[in-house]
Write a protein that binds this ligand. Structure first.
Ligand code: ATP
Length: 436
């Protein structure tokens, strides 16, 4: 894990937030390559689950919402995580995450034996809206993106004329005052979620759940995660959240152990019923074909962008021995890789640099590219391997004669020769989001 964290910092994927001030726990900044990676994840998810489907529409709602939303959702009263204090080392832990072996700096003494009784703690981050303290409205930074989907349910279905079964998708920031942010970006205080609330009839809950199980699993394979590093975790009935009758998580085998990537929950009619009750506005649905009015049930796939990014980075990281030298290579799927192609003149002189720069300017209109003329070609390949660039295009003396270039494949390191005019289409075909 240390190697991955240091590569992320060294090459501009992920930095600690506010590092020059000593950092702030649980907050991370995505650098030039990290933001491309994250955008690719979000775009691929949106492409798969919104654009390619007739039964899902999108939403981009405000992070700040009326404070009553969080009463209705149960976050104010029900979502109190249990917290324990270690009387020896004075640290505080979430009871459900506590691992005496790892967490307590004072392991030999504490060993989890000197913990206080668990106390309720609310993980929402409070904020105030308004200029003066006495008139300010106190609300929270949303701890999950889904509540705005429930609150906007009627607006969305009536304006888009969607008919049950259908879903509403949203990608956006969420905030939780995690007690123990840890494992790099796995558990942070500010993160992004990709959520779908899929509305169906109550009798369709189970088949709908099964279909979603298949679809979300397949997406992780499509973006390149190794299937043997994925597994399902089925929540036992006694640990289910107050709104859920069934929850299963997809977990990934991170270097620090298995951890949740995405939850799939059957939320039944809980949320729409709660918001109807608290707002006084009817959020039921009228089915014009059957002349029935009912409150739809909800199946919710809820994924984290940051955890997906971390899983992809961990899975992609490889150290290999090539001709007696160590090569670090990030084997990211081409559709997820931040830079799709590097354009490298074999040498700077004899007009090759200018030729390569012109070529790079043409290609950058199609996909993210990088131009590099500094150093030996082998070293330039290595720099690109380390950030997961799937294709390196080299312009050499033959290019001047016959307008062909070599394209080196990051994983096999094999090279093919192609006419310059065919390069864009060749790379686009490898990087497309389109599924076979
Ligand atoms: P955990 O048990 O790990 O705290 P959770 O079950 O509370 O997670 P959900 O409320 O189901 O998480 O949120 C859905 C998704 O949002 C998670 O699967 C995860 O990918 C992401 N997520 C939740 N909390 C965090 C966090 N603190 N940092 C980064 N991502 C998170």
């Amino acid at each position: 894990m240390d190697n991955i964290v240091s590569l992320c910092k060294r090459r501009g994927f992920i930095f600690q937030s506010s590092a020059i001030y000593g950092g702030i726990n649980g907050c991370w900044d995505f650098g030039p390559l990290g933001v491309e990676l994250k955008n690719n994840i979000k775009q691929d998810w949106w492409y798969t689950f919104v654009r390619q489907r007739d039964d899902i529409v999108g939403l981009d709602a405000s992070i700040l919402m009326h404070p009553d939303v969080w009463k209705a959702s149960g976050h104010v009263d029900e979502f109190n995580d249990l917290l324990v204090d270690c009387k020896e080392c004075k640290k505080r832990f979430r009871e459900d995450h506590f691992n005496p072996e790892e967490d307590c700096p004072n392991k030999p003494h504490c060993n989890g034996e000197h913990l206080s009784e668990p106390r309720a703690f609310n993980m929402m981050l409070k904020t105030s809206l308004g200029a003066s303290e006495d008139t300010a409205v106190h609300t929270y930074l949303r701890p999950e993106t889904c509540q705005s989907i429930f609150v906007d349910f009627k607006e969305v279905y009536s304006s888009s004329r969607m008919k049950v079964p259908f879903g509403i998708a949203q990608i956006g920031k969420a905030f939780r005052n995690e007690i123990n942010p840890r494992n790099f970006i796995f558990r942070s205080r500010e993160f992004e979620q990709m959520e779908i609330e899929f509305f169906c009839k109550s009798e369709d809950e189970e088949p709908c759940f099964e279909t979603w199980k298949h679809d979300i699993w397949q997406w992780y394979l499509d973006i390149g995660l190794t299937e043997s590093k994925l597994r399902w975790y089925n929540h036992p009935a006694e640990t289910l959240a107050h709104y859920s009758s069934r929850t299963e998580d997809i977990e990934f085998d991170f270097p620090f152990g298995w951890g949740e990537l995405q939850g799939l929950a059957n939320r039944g009619t809980y949320d729409l019923t709660q918001h109807t009750k608290h707002s006084g506005k009817d959020l039921s649905y009228f089915d014009q074909q059957t002349n029935e009015r009912f409150t739809p049930s909800v199946i919710e796939p809820s994924a984290g962008v940051d955890r997906t990014a971390l899983a992809l980075l961990c899975d992609a990281y490889h150290e290999e021995e090539v001709e007696g030298e160590k090569r670090i290579v990030m084997k990211l799927h081409p559709r997820i890789a931040p830079i799709k192609a590097a354009i490298l003149p074999l040498v700077k002189k004899d007009g090759l640099a200018e030729l390569a720069q012109d070529f790079e300017k043409k290609l950058r209109k199609k996909f993210p590219t990088f131009y590099d003329q500094a150093g030996a070609i082998g070293r330039r390949y290595r720099r690109m391997d380390e950030v997961g660039t799937p294709f390196c295009i080299c312009l050499d003396y033959d290019t001047k004669d016959d307008n062909t270039v070599t394209i080196r494949d990051r994983d096999t390191m094999e090279q093919i020769r192609l006419p310059m005019d065919d390069v864009a289409a060749y790379i686009e075909a490898k990087c497309t989001n389109e599924r076979d």
